[in-house]
Design a protein around this ligand. Structure first.
Ligand SMILES: NC(=O)c1ccc[n+]([C@@H]2O[C@H](COP(=O)([O-])OP(=O)(O)OC[C@H]3O[C@@H](n4cnc5c(N)ncnc54)[C@H](OP(=O)(O)O)[C@@H]3O)[C@@H](O)[C@H]2O)c1
Length: 286
Protein backbone atom coordinates (compact mmCIF):
# COMPACT_ATOMS: atom_id res chain seq x y z
CA UNK A 1 0.00 0.00 0.00
CA UNK A 2 1.30 3.46 -0.98
CA UNK A 3 0.81 6.63 1.04
CA UNK A 4 1.15 9.87 -0.92
CA UNK A 5 1.32 13.12 1.02
CA UNK A 6 0.57 16.46 -0.63
CA UNK A 7 -1.95 14.71 -2.88
CA UNK A 8 -4.31 17.71 -2.78
CA UNK A 9 -1.50 19.79 -4.32
CA UNK A 10 -0.13 20.00 -7.85
CA UNK A 11 2.79 17.57 -7.65
CA UNK A 12 0.96 15.03 -5.48
CA UNK A 13 -2.03 15.03 -7.88
CA UNK A 14 0.32 14.16 -10.72
CA UNK A 15 1.78 11.31 -8.66
CA UNK A 16 -1.68 9.92 -7.90
CA UNK A 17 -2.66 10.17 -11.59
CA UNK A 18 0.35 8.07 -12.51
CA UNK A 19 -0.38 5.51 -9.79
CA UNK A 20 -3.99 5.23 -10.95
CA UNK A 21 -2.79 4.41 -14.47
CA UNK A 22 -0.67 1.50 -13.26
CA UNK A 23 -2.31 0.12 -10.12
CA UNK A 24 -5.67 -0.22 -8.40
CA UNK A 25 -7.12 2.67 -6.39
CA UNK A 26 -7.35 0.25 -3.46
CA UNK A 27 -3.53 0.19 -3.37
CA UNK A 28 -3.34 3.98 -2.86
CA UNK A 29 -3.75 6.04 0.28
CA UNK A 30 -3.24 9.76 0.60
CA UNK A 31 -2.63 12.03 3.55
CA UNK A 32 -4.83 15.13 3.38
CA UNK A 33 -5.40 18.00 5.80
CA UNK A 34 -8.73 18.93 4.32
CA UNK A 35 -11.36 16.27 3.68
CA UNK A 36 -13.20 18.48 1.16
CA UNK A 37 -10.10 19.01 -0.95
CA UNK A 38 -9.61 15.24 -1.04
CA UNK A 39 -13.20 14.35 -1.91
CA UNK A 40 -12.44 13.75 -5.62
CA UNK A 41 -9.73 11.28 -4.60
CA UNK A 42 -12.12 9.49 -2.28
CA UNK A 43 -14.66 9.19 -5.09
CA UNK A 44 -12.02 7.39 -7.12
CA UNK A 45 -11.74 4.75 -4.39
CA UNK A 46 -8.55 6.08 -2.81
CA UNK A 47 -8.21 5.74 0.95
CA UNK A 48 -8.05 9.31 2.28
CA UNK A 49 -6.32 9.52 5.64
CA UNK A 50 -6.87 12.83 7.35
CA UNK A 51 -3.79 14.31 8.98
CA UNK A 52 -1.14 16.95 8.98
CA UNK A 53 2.65 17.06 9.20
CA UNK A 54 2.11 19.00 12.45
CA UNK A 55 -0.06 16.36 14.09
CA UNK A 56 1.99 13.34 15.15
CA UNK A 57 -0.92 11.16 16.22
CA UNK A 58 -2.62 11.67 12.84
CA UNK A 59 0.65 10.65 11.17
CA UNK A 60 0.92 7.50 13.31
CA UNK A 61 -2.58 6.50 12.19
CA UNK A 62 -1.94 7.39 8.55
CA UNK A 63 1.16 5.16 8.36
CA UNK A 64 -0.67 1.98 9.35
CA UNK A 65 -0.31 -0.77 6.73
CA UNK A 66 1.85 1.38 4.43
CA UNK A 67 4.84 -0.11 2.65
CA UNK A 68 5.97 2.85 0.53
CA UNK A 69 5.57 6.48 1.52
CA UNK A 70 6.00 9.54 -0.66
CA UNK A 71 6.75 12.62 1.42
CA UNK A 72 6.18 15.75 -0.63
CA UNK A 73 8.01 18.65 0.96
CA UNK A 74 5.76 21.06 2.85
CA UNK A 75 5.76 24.80 2.46
CA UNK A 76 5.44 26.29 5.94
CA UNK A 77 8.00 27.91 8.24
CA UNK A 78 8.13 24.79 10.48
CA UNK A 79 9.00 22.56 7.58
CA UNK A 80 11.97 20.77 9.18
CA UNK A 81 10.01 19.81 12.30
CA UNK A 82 7.05 18.79 10.14
CA UNK A 83 9.22 16.54 8.01
CA UNK A 84 10.84 15.13 11.14
CA UNK A 85 7.38 14.21 12.42
CA UNK A 86 6.67 12.31 9.21
CA UNK A 87 10.00 10.47 9.24
CA UNK A 88 9.58 9.46 12.89
CA UNK A 89 6.05 8.18 12.23
CA UNK A 90 7.28 6.24 9.19
CA UNK A 91 10.08 4.66 11.20
CA UNK A 92 7.70 3.76 14.06
CA UNK A 93 5.28 2.13 11.62
CA UNK A 94 8.08 0.14 9.99
CA UNK A 95 7.43 1.28 6.44
CA UNK A 96 9.69 -0.30 3.83
CA UNK A 97 10.74 2.80 1.88
CA UNK A 98 10.38 6.56 2.02
CA UNK A 99 10.51 8.59 -1.17
CA UNK A 100 11.10 12.30 -0.62
CA UNK A 101 10.93 15.32 -2.93
CA UNK A 102 13.91 17.57 -2.27
CA UNK A 103 15.58 20.34 -4.29
CA UNK A 104 18.26 20.19 -6.98
CA UNK A 105 20.79 22.93 -6.32
CA UNK A 106 24.58 23.02 -6.54
CA UNK A 107 25.33 24.31 -3.06
CA UNK A 108 22.56 25.07 -0.55
CA UNK A 109 25.09 26.42 1.96
CA UNK A 110 25.96 29.36 -0.33
CA UNK A 111 22.45 29.81 -1.74
CA UNK A 112 20.47 33.04 -1.36
CA UNK A 113 17.39 30.93 -0.62
CA UNK A 114 19.19 29.06 2.18
CA UNK A 115 17.27 30.74 5.05
CA UNK A 116 13.93 29.69 3.56
CA UNK A 117 14.76 26.46 1.72
CA UNK A 118 17.56 24.78 3.65
CA UNK A 119 15.01 22.77 5.63
CA UNK A 120 14.18 20.95 2.39
CA UNK A 121 17.78 19.76 1.99
CA UNK A 122 18.31 19.10 5.71
CA UNK A 123 15.41 16.65 5.60
CA UNK A 124 17.63 14.41 3.47
CA UNK A 125 19.94 14.08 6.50
CA UNK A 126 16.99 13.19 8.75
CA UNK A 127 15.98 10.48 6.32
CA UNK A 128 19.53 9.12 6.08
CA UNK A 129 19.85 9.05 9.85
CA UNK A 130 16.51 7.23 10.22
CA UNK A 131 17.97 4.09 8.63
CA UNK A 132 14.84 3.73 6.46
CA UNK A 133 15.31 2.70 2.84
CA UNK A 134 14.91 5.89 0.85
CA UNK A 135 14.79 7.47 -2.57
CA UNK A 136 15.53 11.18 -2.78
CA UNK A 137 14.08 13.05 -5.73
CA UNK A 138 15.90 16.37 -5.96
CA UNK A 139 13.53 18.40 -8.10
CA UNK A 140 14.73 21.32 -10.19
CA UNK A 141 12.57 24.42 -10.67
CA UNK A 142 9.15 23.84 -12.18
CA UNK A 143 8.60 25.41 -15.59
CA UNK A 144 5.21 26.26 -14.08
CA UNK A 145 7.00 28.73 -11.77
CA UNK A 146 7.49 31.07 -14.74
CA UNK A 147 4.19 32.95 -14.28
CA UNK A 148 5.12 33.50 -10.62
CA UNK A 149 8.69 34.54 -11.35
CA UNK A 150 7.92 36.62 -14.40
CA UNK A 151 4.54 37.91 -13.25
CA UNK A 152 1.25 36.40 -14.41
CA UNK A 153 0.88 38.93 -17.26
CA UNK A 154 4.24 38.00 -18.66
CA UNK A 155 2.98 37.84 -22.25
CA UNK A 156 2.07 41.53 -22.05
CA UNK A 157 4.71 42.86 -19.69
CA UNK A 158 7.72 40.72 -20.58
CA UNK A 159 10.01 39.11 -18.03
CA UNK A 160 11.71 41.45 -15.57
CA UNK A 161 13.99 39.35 -13.36
CA UNK A 162 17.48 39.71 -11.86
CA UNK A 163 18.68 36.37 -13.23
CA UNK A 164 21.44 37.55 -15.62
CA UNK A 165 22.55 34.76 -17.91
CA UNK A 166 21.95 32.08 -15.27
CA UNK A 167 20.18 28.98 -16.54
CA UNK A 168 17.77 26.35 -15.23
CA UNK A 169 17.00 22.83 -16.53
CA UNK A 170 13.25 23.53 -16.18
CA UNK A 171 10.97 20.52 -15.94
CA UNK A 172 7.22 20.01 -16.04
CA UNK A 173 5.71 19.37 -12.61
CA UNK A 174 3.36 16.86 -14.24
CA UNK A 175 6.34 14.83 -15.48
CA UNK A 176 8.10 15.08 -12.12
CA UNK A 177 4.95 13.60 -10.55
CA UNK A 178 4.90 10.83 -13.14
CA UNK A 179 8.54 10.04 -12.33
CA UNK A 180 7.83 9.96 -8.59
CA UNK A 181 4.91 7.61 -9.24
CA UNK A 182 7.22 5.30 -11.18
CA UNK A 183 9.70 5.27 -8.30
CA UNK A 184 6.90 4.11 -6.00
CA UNK A 185 5.67 1.51 -8.46
CA UNK A 186 9.00 -0.19 -9.19
CA UNK A 187 11.74 -1.70 -7.09
CA UNK A 188 15.40 -0.90 -7.67
CA UNK A 189 15.33 2.72 -6.55
CA UNK A 190 16.19 1.99 -2.92
CA UNK A 191 18.89 4.17 -1.36
CA UNK A 192 19.32 6.26 -4.49
CA UNK A 193 19.32 10.00 -4.97
CA UNK A 194 18.13 11.39 -8.28
CA UNK A 195 18.48 14.89 -9.68
CA UNK A 196 15.15 15.43 -11.42
CA UNK A 197 15.88 17.93 -14.19
CA UNK A 198 14.93 18.69 -17.74
CA UNK A 199 17.46 17.76 -20.41
CA UNK A 200 18.51 21.29 -21.40
CA UNK A 201 19.54 24.44 -19.56
CA UNK A 202 17.55 27.56 -20.36
CA UNK A 203 17.91 31.19 -19.29
CA UNK A 204 14.91 33.44 -18.73
CA UNK A 205 15.94 35.13 -21.98
CA UNK A 206 15.38 31.75 -23.65
CA UNK A 207 12.00 31.53 -21.91
CA UNK A 208 11.08 34.98 -23.28
CA UNK A 209 12.20 33.95 -26.78
CA UNK A 210 10.10 30.76 -26.68
CA UNK A 211 7.08 32.68 -25.38
CA UNK A 212 7.47 35.19 -28.22
CA UNK A 213 7.59 32.39 -30.79
CA UNK A 214 4.57 30.63 -29.29
CA UNK A 215 2.38 33.71 -28.77
CA UNK A 216 3.36 35.72 -31.85
CA UNK A 217 3.89 38.70 -29.53
CA UNK A 218 7.24 40.14 -28.52
CA UNK A 219 7.95 39.00 -24.97
CA UNK A 220 11.03 40.78 -23.73
CA UNK A 221 13.49 39.75 -21.05
CA UNK A 222 15.04 42.46 -18.87
CA UNK A 223 17.93 41.54 -16.63
CA UNK A 224 16.69 43.57 -13.66
CA UNK A 225 18.95 45.34 -11.24
CA UNK A 226 18.47 43.32 -8.02
CA UNK A 227 17.86 46.41 -5.85
CA UNK A 228 15.29 47.85 -8.30
CA UNK A 229 13.67 44.41 -8.52
CA UNK A 230 13.19 44.11 -4.76
CA UNK A 231 11.24 47.40 -4.78
CA UNK A 232 9.29 46.68 -7.95
CA UNK A 233 8.20 43.19 -6.94
CA UNK A 234 6.18 44.73 -4.08
CA UNK A 235 3.82 46.18 -6.74
CA UNK A 236 2.73 42.64 -7.68
CA UNK A 237 0.80 42.52 -4.38
CA UNK A 238 2.17 39.10 -3.38
CA UNK A 239 2.88 38.16 0.24
CA UNK A 240 6.31 39.28 1.50
CA UNK A 241 7.51 35.69 1.89
CA UNK A 242 6.75 35.03 -1.79
CA UNK A 243 8.72 38.18 -2.73
CA UNK A 244 11.66 36.86 -0.71
CA UNK A 245 11.42 33.46 -2.37
CA UNK A 246 11.34 34.96 -5.89
CA UNK A 247 14.25 37.32 -5.14
CA UNK A 248 16.27 34.52 -3.53
CA UNK A 249 15.68 32.03 -6.34
CA UNK A 250 16.48 34.72 -8.92
CA UNK A 251 19.82 35.46 -7.22
CA UNK A 252 20.62 31.76 -7.20
CA UNK A 253 19.71 31.40 -10.88
CA UNK A 254 22.05 34.32 -11.63
CA UNK A 255 24.78 32.59 -9.64
CA UNK A 256 24.35 29.43 -11.75
CA UNK A 257 23.18 27.38 -8.75
CA UNK A 258 20.62 25.42 -10.76
CA UNK A 259 22.86 24.51 -13.67
CA UNK A 260 22.76 20.76 -13.24
CA UNK A 261 21.46 18.46 -15.96
CA UNK A 262 21.02 14.71 -15.55
CA UNK A 263 19.20 11.94 -17.36
CA UNK A 264 17.44 10.84 -14.18
CA UNK A 265 14.05 12.27 -15.16
CA UNK A 266 14.39 10.86 -18.67
CA UNK A 267 15.27 7.43 -17.27
CA UNK A 268 12.38 7.44 -14.80
CA UNK A 269 9.91 8.51 -17.50
CA UNK A 270 11.31 6.18 -20.16
CA UNK A 271 11.29 9.06 -22.65
CA UNK A 272 12.78 12.52 -23.07
CA UNK A 273 11.15 15.13 -20.79
CA UNK A 274 9.04 17.80 -22.51
CA UNK A 275 11.02 20.59 -24.16
CA UNK A 276 10.71 24.15 -22.90
CA UNK A 277 8.60 24.97 -25.95
CA UNK A 278 6.12 22.14 -25.29
CA UNK A 279 6.04 22.93 -21.57
CA UNK A 280 5.31 26.64 -22.03
CA UNK A 281 2.67 25.81 -24.63
CA UNK A 282 0.93 23.62 -22.04
CA UNK A 283 1.33 26.04 -19.12
CA UNK A 284 0.22 29.18 -20.99
CA UNK A 285 -2.34 27.36 -23.12
CA UNK A 286 -0.75 28.67 -26.33
N1 LIG B 1 10.66 22.72 -7.59
C1 LIG B 1 9.93 23.83 -7.56
O1 LIG B 1 10.00 24.69 -8.49
C2 LIG B 1 8.97 24.06 -6.45
C3 LIG B 1 8.11 25.16 -6.51
C4 LIG B 1 7.20 25.34 -5.48
C5 LIG B 1 7.17 24.47 -4.42
N2 LIG B 1 8.02 23.41 -4.38
C6 LIG B 1 8.02 22.44 -3.25
O2 LIG B 1 7.40 21.25 -3.74
C7 LIG B 1 6.23 20.95 -2.93
C8 LIG B 1 5.14 20.41 -3.84
O3 LIG B 1 4.84 21.36 -4.85
P1 LIG B 1 3.36 21.63 -5.31
O4 LIG B 1 3.44 22.50 -6.48
O5 LIG B 1 2.60 20.37 -5.38
O6 LIG B 1 2.80 22.48 -4.06
P2 LIG B 1 1.27 22.67 -3.65
O7 LIG B 1 0.39 22.58 -4.85
O8 LIG B 1 1.22 23.90 -2.82
O9 LIG B 1 0.97 21.40 -2.73
C9 LIG B 1 1.50 21.25 -1.45
C10 LIG B 1 0.82 20.07 -0.81
O10 LIG B 1 1.40 19.84 0.48
C11 LIG B 1 0.33 19.77 1.43
N3 LIG B 1 0.78 20.24 2.72
C12 LIG B 1 1.38 21.41 3.01
N4 LIG B 1 1.60 21.51 4.32
C13 LIG B 1 1.11 20.38 4.89
C14 LIG B 1 1.00 19.90 6.22
N5 LIG B 1 1.42 20.64 7.26
N6 LIG B 1 0.45 18.70 6.43
C15 LIG B 1 0.00 17.96 5.39
N7 LIG B 1 0.05 18.35 4.11
C16 LIG B 1 0.59 19.56 3.87
C17 LIG B 1 -0.75 20.66 0.87
O11 LIG B 1 -2.00 20.38 1.48
P3 LIG B 1 -3.24 21.42 1.34
O12 LIG B 1 -3.87 21.11 0.01
O13 LIG B 1 -4.09 21.10 2.48
O14 LIG B 1 -2.67 22.81 1.37
C18 LIG B 1 -0.68 20.27 -0.60
O15 LIG B 1 -1.35 19.06 -0.82
C19 LIG B 1 5.87 22.26 -2.25
O16 LIG B 1 5.18 22.01 -1.03
C20 LIG B 1 7.23 22.90 -2.04
O17 LIG B 1 7.88 22.36 -0.87
C21 LIG B 1 8.90 23.19 -5.38
Amino acid sequence: MFLVTGATGHLGSAVVSQLLKKTKASEISVLARDENKASALKTKGIDVRIGSYDDTSSLDKAMQGISKLLLISGNGPNRLQQHKNVVIAAKKAGIAQIVYTSISIKNMKTAAIRPIMESISLTEDLINESGLKYTILRNTLYTAGTPLFGGDKVLKTGIFLPTGDGKVPFALRREMGEAAGNVLLHNGHENKTYEITGSTLYSYEDVARELSALSGQTVSYTDADPSVFVTKIKDFGLPEIVNQIVAGFSADVKNHQFEKVTKDLENLLGRKPATLNASLKEIYNL
